[in-house]
Design a protein. Structure first.
Length: 272
């Protein structure tokens, strides 16, 4: 079983600041981390490998040379090896160009070792589109299963896998044929403490770095900014919601205050 997990380096959005003048992310204001959903994707690959008792977990990232850090983090969690595609030709990619570049790298990886399962996060916490996973599946012509919360019954001889996915009012159970691509929710597992040998391996680990010239049959017009039809029309910071009013005193006093507030807003309701 060869599992490839796509991992993205993202700014920690819990900390990042917005430049009030340009309304753009000030990327220097926050540390770069492994996209949290992708950490769960790697952890799930480790769980599947343990359940089967053998296999190889590769991780793949597209980004600048600093993205090596998220590959090392994935090795800490339990991945066996990592690939980084890094080249100026990939810069400025939207989701269409990102999924194209990643699918070309996946084709190259599967030439040496056929890929059975690709796992992505549900979304990246910066771009937040959730389009890259399904985009890769479409390009590789394999089924995508999104919002996965449980993987079980992986039958290697039948090449099937049982997947539980979250839907608005419950969940669905799907039996899919491998190879397929999953995008995972955080509740699929909890991240375990990394064992010391993994941490030591990660510290020394050097991933395989490919430039665009290392990929085969690449249409360069589909890469980077040139291959990105998305146009960002406007960026703005949404206004902060106004704080509500705190009701004070005992229950009777609070009811009085609430009635006053509702009376003040009466016209709002009547006019509708
Ligand atoms: C015009 C334009 C220009 C842009 N220029 C840049 C730029 O110069 N630099 C920049 O960083 N971003 C740029 N972006 C943002 C870029 O589109 C997204 O970062 C990228 O396409 C991934 O989309 P997403 O973040 O919505 O991922 P999602 O679709 O939400 O991610 C889902 C999953 O896909 C996988 N994944 C996503 N991206 C990667 C990756 N790079 N490597 C490995 N796995 C991945 C992960 O498993 C992730 O959990 C640009 C966007 C636009 C519209």
């Amino acid at each position: 079983m060869h599992i490839v997990v796509c991992v993205k380096q993202v700014p920690d959005t819990k900390i990042i600041k917005i430049n009030p003048k340009t309304n753009t992310l000030d990327r220097r204001s926050a540390p770069a981390i492994l996209n949290p959903y992708d950490a769960h994707a790697v952890q799930e690959a480790v769980k599947i490998k343990k359940a089967i008792g053998r296999g190889t977990i590769s991780v793949l990232s597209m980004g600048p040379p600093q993205a090596v850090a998220v590959i090392k983090k994935s090795i800490e969690i339990g991945a066996d090896r990592g690939f980084l595609i890094s080249d100026r030709a990939f810069a400025g990619a939207d989701t269409l160009a990102t999924s194209y570049a990643l699918s070309k790298a996946l084709e190259r990886i599967s030439k040496d070792m056929p890929v059975d399962l690709i796992i992505c996060g549900k979304h990246a916490i910066d771009g937040d589109t959730g389009q890259v996973g399904p985009g890769i599946a479409r390009r590789l012509d394999i089924p995508p299963v999104t919002n996965v919360i449980e993987v079980s019954e992986l039958n290697e001889s039948e090449k099937t896998i049982l997947i539980k996915r979250k839907i608005t009012d419950g969940y669905e159970l799907i039996q899919a044929q491998v190879p397929c691509l999953l995008t995972v929710e955080k509740e699929i597992n909890s991240i375990e403490y990394s064992p010391m040998p993994n941490m030591m391996k990660a510290a020394k680990y050097e991933p395989i770095i490919w430039s665009v010239n290392d990929l085969e049959d690449v249409d360069r017009t589909q890469l980077g900014l040139k291959g990105s039809p998305t146009i960002v029309g406007k960026m703005f910071t949404p206004p902060k919601p106004e704080g509500g009013k705190r009701l004070e005193g005992n229950a009777d006093k609070q009811i009085e205050q609430l009635m006053e507030l509702l009376n003040d807003k009466k016209e709002l309701f009547v006019s509708r």
